[in-house]
Design a protein around this ligand. Sequence first.
Ligand SMILES: O=C(CO)[C@@H](O)[C@H](O)COP(=O)(O)O
Length: 225
Amino acid sequence: MTVTESVATTIRSIRAQVAALHAELPRNGLVVWTAGNVSARVPGADLLVIKPSGVSYDEITADNMVVTDLDANLVDGEMAPSSDTAAHAYVYKHMPHVNGVVHTHSTYATAWSARAEPIPCVLTMIADEFGGEIPVGPFALIGDDSIGQGIVTTLSGHRSPAVLMRNHGVFTIGASARAAVKAAVMCEDVARTVHIARQLGTPLPIAQNDVDSLYARYQNVYGQA
Ligand SMILES: O=C(CO)[C@@H](O)[C@H](O)COP(=O)(O)O
């Protein structure tokens, strides 16, 4: 596939961004070994940039990032793309507002996925970032677009940028790859906190109108908006 010089320049920038974001996964305790990946959509092109499969995070560079089309076909790169490329590609193809996808097996959130139990909205931080419970998606084997179908089915029309894929782990989406990484970090944090709360007693739900208020504030006012 030939791309315009403008798209080629964009790809170079996204390669660097996605490579740098992979360092956030071990830094935030979200992965062991190579068990996680980050991708970003290439704006203006039906392409994505994703990590090469099985490469250690300390060996990931902008140059060894892999470019594929939205059918997960290799377009540019010396190495095989992530095992989850088809899932990421399916999300980009069917959710046009999504520009970043992350997958981890972070411990506490993955423990919730093993039980196929949504993380209830019992913390203001869950209301802020997820707008309600963090849902569970269906079990799906790795390698084709089955996981992607499960992500899109579960998250379409849902506030949450995270889904707990049953018996597997976390997938998050975002308006940017950085936003998807943030959702993965916060998903693991709240999964751990609610797990601990459950060990001490019964967590109390937050009223829906308060969830709505918290979500609206955080999404529209928080920080240097
Ligand atoms: O769940 C799996 C494998 O079962 C994958 O998500 C890997 O853990 C990450 O694969 P690569 O991105 O390194 O191919």
